[in-house]
Design a protein around this ligand. Structure first.
Ligand code: ZN
Length: 303
Protein backbone atom coordinates (compact mmCIF):
# COMPACT_ATOMS: atom_id res chain seq x y z
CA UNK A 1 0.00 0.00 0.00
CA UNK A 2 1.41 3.39 -0.84
CA UNK A 3 1.41 5.77 2.10
CA UNK A 4 -0.34 9.10 2.00
CA UNK A 5 3.00 10.85 1.43
CA UNK A 6 4.16 8.62 -1.39
CA UNK A 7 0.80 9.18 -3.07
CA UNK A 8 1.28 12.93 -2.80
CA UNK A 9 4.81 12.65 -4.13
CA UNK A 10 3.81 10.63 -7.17
CA UNK A 11 0.92 13.00 -7.79
CA UNK A 12 3.40 15.88 -7.70
CA UNK A 13 5.78 14.06 -10.05
CA UNK A 14 2.93 13.36 -12.46
CA UNK A 15 1.97 17.04 -12.38
CA UNK A 16 5.54 17.94 -13.31
CA UNK A 17 5.29 16.09 -16.59
CA UNK A 18 2.15 18.07 -17.47
CA UNK A 19 3.27 21.59 -16.63
CA UNK A 20 6.72 22.59 -15.54
CA UNK A 21 6.85 25.67 -13.30
CA UNK A 22 8.16 28.58 -15.32
CA UNK A 23 10.85 29.79 -12.95
CA UNK A 24 11.99 26.86 -10.87
CA UNK A 25 15.19 28.17 -9.32
CA UNK A 26 15.81 31.90 -9.25
CA UNK A 27 18.09 32.38 -6.29
CA UNK A 28 19.87 35.07 -4.31
CA UNK A 29 22.65 34.50 -1.78
CA UNK A 30 22.85 36.74 1.28
CA UNK A 31 25.50 36.71 3.98
CA UNK A 32 24.30 33.66 5.90
CA UNK A 33 21.30 32.54 3.91
CA UNK A 34 19.99 31.71 0.46
CA UNK A 35 16.63 32.83 -0.89
CA UNK A 36 15.22 30.61 -3.63
CA UNK A 37 12.07 31.16 -5.67
CA UNK A 38 10.04 27.96 -5.70
CA UNK A 39 7.25 28.36 -8.23
CA UNK A 40 3.66 27.48 -7.42
CA UNK A 41 2.80 27.73 -11.13
CA UNK A 42 0.76 30.66 -12.36
CA UNK A 43 -2.67 32.24 -12.16
CA UNK A 44 -5.04 32.85 -15.06
CA UNK A 45 -6.97 36.05 -14.37
CA UNK A 46 -9.54 38.14 -16.23
CA UNK A 47 -8.49 41.60 -17.41
CA UNK A 48 -10.90 43.13 -14.89
CA UNK A 49 -8.26 42.41 -12.22
CA UNK A 50 -6.11 45.14 -13.82
CA UNK A 51 -8.71 47.65 -12.74
CA UNK A 52 -11.44 49.90 -14.10
CA UNK A 53 -11.41 53.65 -14.62
CA UNK A 54 -7.76 53.74 -15.69
CA UNK A 55 -6.58 55.94 -18.57
CA UNK A 56 -7.00 53.19 -21.16
CA UNK A 57 -4.76 54.70 -23.82
CA UNK A 58 -1.82 55.04 -21.45
CA UNK A 59 -2.53 51.56 -20.09
CA UNK A 60 -2.55 50.12 -23.64
CA UNK A 61 0.93 51.58 -24.18
CA UNK A 62 2.27 49.89 -21.03
CA UNK A 63 0.59 46.57 -21.87
CA UNK A 64 2.10 46.69 -25.38
CA UNK A 65 5.52 47.47 -23.94
CA UNK A 66 5.37 44.28 -21.84
CA UNK A 67 3.55 42.13 -24.42
CA UNK A 68 0.45 41.77 -22.23
CA UNK A 69 -3.25 41.41 -23.04
CA UNK A 70 -6.04 43.65 -21.64
CA UNK A 71 -8.34 40.61 -21.40
CA UNK A 72 -6.29 38.02 -19.59
CA UNK A 73 -3.26 37.91 -17.29
CA UNK A 74 -1.15 34.86 -16.41
CA UNK A 75 1.08 36.01 -13.54
CA UNK A 76 3.57 33.57 -12.05
CA UNK A 77 3.34 32.65 -8.35
CA UNK A 78 6.72 32.96 -6.65
CA UNK A 79 6.92 31.36 -3.21
CA UNK A 80 10.17 32.31 -1.43
CA UNK A 81 12.26 29.67 0.35
CA UNK A 82 14.87 30.85 2.88
CA UNK A 83 17.59 28.38 3.86
CA UNK A 84 20.35 29.16 6.35
CA UNK A 85 21.55 25.70 7.36
CA UNK A 86 19.35 25.67 10.48
CA UNK A 87 15.96 26.93 9.35
CA UNK A 88 14.07 26.21 6.15
CA UNK A 89 11.42 28.89 5.85
CA UNK A 90 8.60 29.33 3.33
CA UNK A 91 6.99 32.71 2.67
CA UNK A 92 3.41 31.73 1.74
CA UNK A 93 2.43 28.23 0.67
CA UNK A 94 0.82 28.64 -2.74
CA UNK A 95 -2.71 27.72 -3.81
CA UNK A 96 -2.94 23.97 -3.17
CA UNK A 97 -5.07 21.85 -5.46
CA UNK A 98 -8.46 23.54 -5.04
CA UNK A 99 -7.96 26.99 -6.56
CA UNK A 100 -6.78 26.85 -10.20
CA UNK A 101 -5.35 24.01 -12.30
CA UNK A 102 -2.43 26.24 -13.35
CA UNK A 103 -1.37 26.80 -9.71
CA UNK A 104 -0.61 24.50 -6.78
CA UNK A 105 2.76 23.26 -8.08
CA UNK A 106 4.76 24.10 -4.94
CA UNK A 107 5.56 20.51 -3.90
CA UNK A 108 7.01 19.81 -7.34
CA UNK A 109 9.21 22.91 -7.13
CA UNK A 110 10.31 22.11 -3.57
CA UNK A 111 11.21 18.63 -4.71
CA UNK A 112 13.30 20.13 -7.53
CA UNK A 113 15.05 22.28 -4.91
CA UNK A 114 15.74 19.15 -2.83
CA UNK A 115 13.36 20.04 0.00
CA UNK A 116 10.75 17.67 1.46
CA UNK A 117 7.61 19.14 3.11
CA UNK A 118 8.72 17.70 6.47
CA UNK A 119 11.91 19.77 6.31
CA UNK A 120 10.08 23.12 6.40
CA UNK A 121 10.66 24.60 9.88
CA UNK A 122 8.65 27.84 9.54
CA UNK A 123 5.90 29.19 7.30
CA UNK A 124 5.40 32.98 7.24
CA UNK A 125 2.41 34.54 5.49
CA UNK A 126 2.15 37.86 3.64
CA UNK A 127 -1.65 37.55 3.54
CA UNK A 128 -4.48 35.04 3.37
CA UNK A 129 -5.62 35.16 -0.28
CA UNK A 130 -6.16 31.73 -1.90
CA UNK A 131 -3.01 31.75 -4.06
CA UNK A 132 -0.91 32.37 -0.92
CA UNK A 133 -2.74 30.33 1.75
CA UNK A 134 -4.76 27.48 0.32
CA UNK A 135 -1.73 25.22 0.08
CA UNK A 136 -1.80 25.07 3.88
CA UNK A 137 -3.62 21.71 3.89
CA UNK A 138 -3.12 18.65 1.72
CA UNK A 139 -5.90 16.73 -0.03
CA UNK A 140 -6.59 14.88 3.23
CA UNK A 141 -6.98 18.18 5.11
CA UNK A 142 -3.80 17.44 7.04
CA UNK A 143 -1.05 20.05 7.40
CA UNK A 144 1.05 20.22 4.22
CA UNK A 145 4.08 21.21 6.32
CA UNK A 146 3.55 19.11 9.45
CA UNK A 147 6.70 20.11 11.34
CA UNK A 148 6.55 23.85 10.66
CA UNK A 149 5.58 26.69 12.98
CA UNK A 150 3.17 29.01 11.15
CA UNK A 151 3.11 32.83 11.44
CA UNK A 152 0.61 35.43 10.28
CA UNK A 153 0.22 39.15 10.98
CA UNK A 154 -2.34 39.67 13.74
CA UNK A 155 -4.47 42.15 11.76
CA UNK A 156 -4.62 39.80 8.78
CA UNK A 157 -5.57 36.83 10.94
CA UNK A 158 -8.27 38.80 12.78
CA UNK A 159 -9.83 39.97 9.51
CA UNK A 160 -10.20 36.50 7.98
CA UNK A 161 -11.07 34.88 11.33
CA UNK A 162 -14.03 37.27 11.79
CA UNK A 163 -17.24 35.38 10.83
CA UNK A 164 -18.68 38.62 9.38
CA UNK A 165 -15.94 38.88 6.73
CA UNK A 166 -17.64 36.38 4.41
CA UNK A 167 -20.73 38.65 4.47
CA UNK A 168 -18.94 41.99 4.10
CA UNK A 169 -16.15 41.20 1.61
CA UNK A 170 -18.39 41.21 -1.48
CA UNK A 171 -19.79 38.41 -3.63
CA UNK A 172 -16.75 37.99 -5.87
CA UNK A 173 -14.43 37.39 -2.90
CA UNK A 174 -16.79 35.50 -0.55
CA UNK A 175 -15.13 32.19 -1.50
CA UNK A 176 -11.75 33.70 -0.49
CA UNK A 177 -13.14 34.35 2.98
CA UNK A 178 -14.78 30.94 3.38
CA UNK A 179 -11.66 29.17 2.08
CA UNK A 180 -9.32 31.08 4.39
CA UNK A 181 -11.49 30.57 7.49
CA UNK A 182 -11.85 26.84 6.94
CA UNK A 183 -8.09 26.35 6.59
CA UNK A 184 -7.22 28.66 9.47
CA UNK A 185 -9.66 26.81 11.74
CA UNK A 186 -8.00 23.50 10.87
CA UNK A 187 -4.58 24.96 11.75
CA UNK A 188 -5.46 27.41 14.54
CA UNK A 189 -3.32 25.81 17.26
CA UNK A 190 -0.23 25.84 15.00
CA UNK A 191 -0.27 29.60 14.34
CA UNK A 192 1.59 32.41 16.05
CA UNK A 193 1.00 36.10 15.39
CA UNK A 194 3.11 39.19 14.88
CA UNK A 195 2.70 42.94 14.42
CA UNK A 196 4.28 45.65 12.26
CA UNK A 197 8.01 46.11 12.92
CA UNK A 198 8.40 42.85 14.84
CA UNK A 199 11.16 40.36 14.11
CA UNK A 200 9.16 37.28 13.15
CA UNK A 201 12.35 35.19 12.99
CA UNK A 202 15.96 36.31 13.40
CA UNK A 203 16.68 38.74 10.57
CA UNK A 204 13.09 38.66 9.28
CA UNK A 205 11.25 41.90 10.12
CA UNK A 206 7.57 42.49 9.37
CA UNK A 207 6.73 45.66 7.40
CA UNK A 208 3.03 46.63 7.32
CA UNK A 209 1.95 47.07 3.69
CA UNK A 210 -1.83 47.10 4.05
CA UNK A 211 -4.36 47.68 1.27
CA UNK A 212 -4.11 44.61 -0.95
CA UNK A 213 -5.68 42.98 2.10
CA UNK A 214 -6.41 44.65 5.46
CA UNK A 215 -3.35 43.16 7.18
CA UNK A 216 -0.93 42.46 4.31
CA UNK A 217 2.70 42.24 5.45
CA UNK A 218 6.02 42.46 3.61
CA UNK A 219 9.27 41.17 5.12
CA UNK A 220 12.69 42.73 5.21
CA UNK A 221 15.36 40.04 5.33
CA UNK A 222 18.64 41.04 6.97
CA UNK A 223 21.14 38.21 7.06
CA UNK A 224 24.36 40.08 6.36
CA UNK A 225 25.07 41.93 3.14
CA UNK A 226 22.33 43.98 1.53
CA UNK A 227 18.78 43.46 2.78
CA UNK A 228 16.13 41.87 0.56
CA UNK A 229 12.43 42.78 0.74
CA UNK A 230 9.76 40.14 0.16
CA UNK A 231 6.82 42.31 -0.94
CA UNK A 232 4.13 39.68 -1.51
CA UNK A 233 1.27 41.40 -3.35
CA UNK A 234 1.94 44.92 -2.03
CA UNK A 235 3.49 45.38 -5.49
CA UNK A 236 1.29 43.07 -7.53
CA UNK A 237 3.26 42.73 -10.79
CA UNK A 238 6.50 43.80 -12.46
CA UNK A 239 4.86 46.01 -15.10
CA UNK A 240 1.86 48.30 -14.40
CA UNK A 241 2.54 48.47 -10.65
CA UNK A 242 6.04 49.85 -11.31
CA UNK A 243 5.20 52.08 -14.26
CA UNK A 244 2.21 53.65 -12.42
CA UNK A 245 2.31 52.72 -8.70
CA UNK A 246 -0.47 55.18 -7.84
CA UNK A 247 -3.07 53.66 -10.21
CA UNK A 248 -5.87 51.79 -8.48
CA UNK A 249 -5.58 48.00 -8.94
CA UNK A 250 -8.61 45.74 -9.24
CA UNK A 251 -6.76 43.04 -7.31
CA UNK A 252 -6.46 45.22 -4.17
CA UNK A 253 -9.33 44.88 -1.70
CA UNK A 254 -8.92 48.51 -0.62
CA UNK A 255 -7.68 50.05 -3.87
CA UNK A 256 -6.98 53.53 -2.46
CA UNK A 257 -4.92 52.24 0.46
CA UNK A 258 -3.23 49.67 -1.80
CA UNK A 259 -2.13 52.39 -4.23
CA UNK A 260 -0.82 54.66 -1.47
CA UNK A 261 1.09 51.74 0.09
CA UNK A 262 2.54 50.67 -3.27
CA UNK A 263 3.63 54.18 -4.22
CA UNK A 264 5.35 54.76 -0.86
CA UNK A 265 7.00 51.32 -0.91
CA UNK A 266 8.37 51.61 -4.46
CA UNK A 267 9.67 55.09 -3.72
CA UNK A 268 11.50 53.78 -0.65
CA UNK A 269 13.01 50.66 -2.24
CA UNK A 270 14.09 52.59 -5.35
CA UNK A 271 15.78 55.17 -3.12
CA UNK A 272 17.52 52.49 -1.02
CA UNK A 273 18.23 50.23 -4.02
CA UNK A 274 16.70 47.37 -2.06
CA UNK A 275 16.47 43.99 -3.82
CA UNK A 276 12.83 42.85 -4.07
CA UNK A 277 11.04 39.57 -4.44
CA UNK A 278 7.46 39.86 -5.70
CA UNK A 279 5.00 36.99 -5.52
CA UNK A 280 3.62 37.78 -8.99
CA UNK A 281 6.65 39.36 -10.66
CA UNK A 282 7.78 37.87 -13.96
CA UNK A 283 11.39 37.91 -15.17
CA UNK A 284 12.43 35.48 -12.42
CA UNK A 285 10.75 37.37 -9.58
CA UNK A 286 13.85 39.06 -8.12
CA UNK A 287 15.07 42.58 -8.94
CA UNK A 288 15.12 46.26 -8.11
CA UNK A 289 12.95 49.31 -8.70
CA UNK A 290 14.56 52.10 -10.69
CA UNK A 291 13.10 55.51 -11.34
CA UNK A 292 12.48 55.97 -15.06
CA UNK A 293 10.24 57.99 -17.37
CA UNK A 294 7.31 59.22 -15.33
CA UNK A 295 7.26 56.19 -13.05
CA UNK A 296 9.54 53.31 -12.17
CA UNK A 297 10.83 50.18 -13.83
CA UNK A 298 11.47 46.69 -12.51
CA UNK A 299 15.05 45.70 -13.28
CA UNK A 300 15.50 41.94 -12.90
CA UNK A 301 18.46 40.68 -10.90
CA UNK A 302 21.17 39.67 -13.32
CA UNK A 303 22.60 37.03 -10.93
ZN1 ZN B 1 -1.43 36.88 -4.96
Amino acid sequence: MPTRRTMLRSAAAFGATLALPRFALSEIAMGGATLTIVSDGNLVLPGSMIGAGLPEEELAGILAEYGLSRDRMEPPCNVTLLRDGTNTVLFDVGAGSHFMPSAGKLLTSLDAAGVAPEEITHVVFTHAHPDHLWGLLDDFDDPMFPDAAHYMGRTEWDYWWNPETVETIGAERASFAAGAKRRMEAMEDRFEFFDDGEEVLPGVAAVATHGHTPGHMSFEINRGGDPVMIVGDAIGNHHIAFRRPGWLAGSDQDAETGAATRAALIDRVAQDRTMLIGFHFGEGGIGRAERGGDGFRFVPDAG
